[in-house]
Ligand binder design. Structure first.
Ligand code: GLA
Length: 678
């Protein structure tokens, strides 16, 4: 990160797409934005066709007017490069730049994201429009930053991708011998005798090659990063010094290894949509925020969220205004420099007509807009929170979870011992248990500095390279406490099994030798000697060179080790050989944290429905209290609630569904008492 991203206050607003509306509506937009306290919008995300209506012919008069209007109303803006949606003229002029699916279908325009990322014509056109925008608006005083592209992640399997993939493979492997070896092409006569024989992973008759598939994912992430970097370089070459970001996407549009992008972004930003309208949505928001903060290593920005809708299965569930506020505060508590939405005004037509918005179809006389206005007002009261700490992290944590895009990609390959293994589900189970235990959590990538964490979890990571094994070993030898979930380290970075007993890469560190993977039937569960319940997966292991913490209590593995711990100096390496159900992860994690002296942010809040998050700032710490429960709670401690502008020493009530943001007196301690229901 080279350009500081340090807004003086929390940013509030959303995607603004005025080209969908006649100008009378723009005037109303400005009045409503002012009423709601909007200070930031993102413009231009999908405006390519209106900015460059014909190839090389620019017409940005309307955008000048939008920028002038925002300026008059003192509203800052992110300017997007609109390269996620090339106009129809582009695809007609450059049919080779249309993306191809794995099944060979060449896609057509008529939606969005219809481009082949490696096509020279696409890359040229993307650079050209980025340059145009930078020259015209790059020095505007209200430009808060560049929002390059939108949610990189569209994968192409066509000829341009094939050529770029081969270049990437040559750089990675150097020789075909090395590639054939890494990909294990001796199996099924897949040996490559020339680089041109290698294709992107297209539809195949039967199972595809897993190393090929994972390398293609790695290539795609690198290729998208290269496309991003080209645009960023155009913006800089035009003289713009505004911060540059691109919005990542949770939970489903994850084709990137986001860790690799960090050094290319001035601030990490993300779009997050809850995956359920049930209570677990709060754990999902916490997961997304912790992961995003960790990717960037500091303050970040929630670029888009939904103002009133949650896509749960086939339906749009309604997101209550109080939940919108609590979620927004939750992101801010975990380091976001604001709360932005997709989108400002609900579209009257088009593909996302029914997506919620800050100004819904029914207009400002709505619970949604009233809630948005309330959120704008209260974020205004939290200005001081935006100033980052002078040193150290924005959220302090004693616990880390290893997260790696390669972990997901390995488990997406077919024909594993159990194809129901899902990387995100596994990682989220551990994060959810930590969240329920009230602990602050960081995510880390292999090689990160982990000395300060008392516990490091590796929920699962099938393929490990030498460096990661050495890094995990060093952590334990230095006194760290490592917890490793099943099916971790069974393979090297090319998805090749390390023979001689599972998990080959970690046998020594864990002191175990697993001889059989024994996946369970879909509805089958088993009980362990410590009362835990496991599903999906069990393992048979030899007597371990480690303590046995729990054995299988029933079934064919009865009496055999299920959870082990090897002590190494002051550290330890624990192995969980079966899949714990969520409640059992919860109990395991709570006990482990207590044992290792990791305390919840506010111990008395645990189990009350009150989520407590501490954000560090320039002037001290802020305790965010979000009451997701159905009971009001009384909270007592030394500080000042910025939401209600009241001291907290005599105690404050955080109503069910409510929230408080407390500037803490140094070393304040907090007591929490649920109030009896009226
Ligand atoms: C993402 C995209 C938006 C919109 C929303 C809602 O945030 O960036 O353009 O499509 O999802 O689906």
């Amino acid at each position: 990160m080279t350009v500081p991203f340090a807004p003086a206050r929390l940013l509030f607003g959303g995607d603004y797409n005025p080209e969908q509306w006649p100008r009378e509506v723009w005037a109303e937009d400005m009045a409503l934005m002012r009423r709601a306290g909007v200070n930031t919008v993102t413009i231009g995300v999908f405006s390519w066709a209106t900015i460059e209506p014909r190839e090389g012919e620019f017409d940005a008069g309307w955008l000048d007017d939008v920028v002038a209007l925002l300026d008059e109303n003192e509203i800052g803006f992110f300017l997007a490069t609109p390269t996620a949606s090339p106009p129809p003229w582009f695809t007609l002029a450059h049919p080779d730049a249309l993306p191809v699916r794995a099944d060979g279908t060449r896609l057509s325009h008529g939606s969005r994201d219809t481009y082949a990322i490696s096509a020279p014509a696409y890359r040229h056109a993307a650079r050209r429009i980025a340059r145009f925008l930078a020259e015209r608006y790059g020095a505007h005083p209200r430009l808060r930053g560049w929002h390059v592209h939108n949610e990189y992640g569209s994968v192409d399997h066509g000829p341009h991708a094939a050529a770029a993939f081969r270049r990437w493979l040559r750089a990675r492997y150097g020789s075909l011998e090395a590639l054939n070896d890494a990909w294990y092409t001796a199996f099924w006569s897949q040996r490559y005798d020339g680089w041109d024989e290698i294709l992107p992973p297209l539809a195949t008759q039967y199972l595809a090659n897993p190393a090929h598939a994972v390398d293609f994912k790695r290539f795609c992430s690198d290729e998208m990063l290269a496309a991003f970097a080209e645009q960023r370089d155009e913006l800089r070459a035009a003289g713009s010094t505004a911060p540059v970001t691109t919005n990542f996407m949770h939970p489903s549009w994850d084709h990137l290894n986001q860790w690799d992008w960090r050094e290319h972004l001035d601030v990490v930003s993300v779009d997050h949509y809850l995956d359920t309208d049930g209570a677990d949505g709060e754990a999902h928001a916490a997961y997304a925020a912790d992961l995003t903060r960790s990717w960037g290593g500091g303050p970040w920005l929630l670029m888009e969220q939904a103002a009133a809708g949650i896509r749960d299965g086939a339906r749009h569930a309604f997101k209550e205004p109080d939940r919108v506020i609590r979620n927004s505060l939750g992101y801010v508590a975990r380091g976001s420099q604001g709360a932005l939405f997709f989108q400002w005004r609900a579209s009257a037509g088009g593909s996302e007509t029914w997506h919620s918005a800050m100004v819904p179809h029914v207009g400002p006389q709505s619970r949604t807009f009233e809630g948005i206005t309330e959120l704008g007002a209260l974020l205004g009261r939290l200005q001081e929170v935006a100033a980052p700490p002078h040193d150290g992290p924005v959220v302090e944590s004693d616990v880390a979870v290893l997260w790696e895009a390669n972990g997901r990609w390995s488990l997406q390959t077919p024909h594993l011992p159990n194809d129901d293994l899902d990387y995100t589900i596994e990682v989220r189970s551990v994060h959810r248990a930590l969240w329920r235990a009230g602990a602050a959590v960081d995510f880390v990538r292999p090689g990160a500095d982990v000395d300060r964490y008392r516990v490091l979890f590796v929920p699962t990571l099938m393929a490990l390279d030498d460096g990661t094994v050495a890094w995990l070993t060093r952590y334990v030898e230095a006194g760290g406490h490592l917890v490793v979930g099943r099916f971790t380290g069974v393979a090297d970075e090319h998805q090749r099994v390390v023979a001689g007993g599972y998990p080959g890469r970690l046998r020594d560190l864990l002191g175990v030798r697993v001889t059989e993977h024994l996946p369970l039937a879909p509805d089958e569960t088993q009980v362990l000697s410590d009362g835990s319940t496991v599903d999906q997966w069990t393992e048979r292991m030899d007597p371990p060179q480690a303590d046995v913490l729990a054995t299988y209590a029933e079934g064919r593995l009865a009496g055999l080790p299920a959870v082990t711990r090897r002590h190494v100096g002051g550290g330890s390496a624990t192995y969980v050989s079966a899949r714990l159900v969520q409640e059992s992860w919860d109990a395991f994690v709570a006990a482990l944290l207590a044992e290792r002296g990791v305390t919840p942010v506010v111990p008395e809040a645990v189990g009350t429905g009150l989520e407590a998050i501490r954000r560090r700032g320039a002037e001290g710490t802020y305790l965010f209290l979000l009451n997701h429960g159905e009971t009001s709670v009384r909270v007592l401690g030394k500080g000042h609630d910025l939401i209600t502008d009241t001291p907290t020493d005599p105690g404050i009530t955080v109503p069910a569904g409510g929230y408080a943001v407390i500037r803490e007196t140094p070393d304040a301690t907090w007591s929490v008492h649920p109030l009896p229901s009226p």
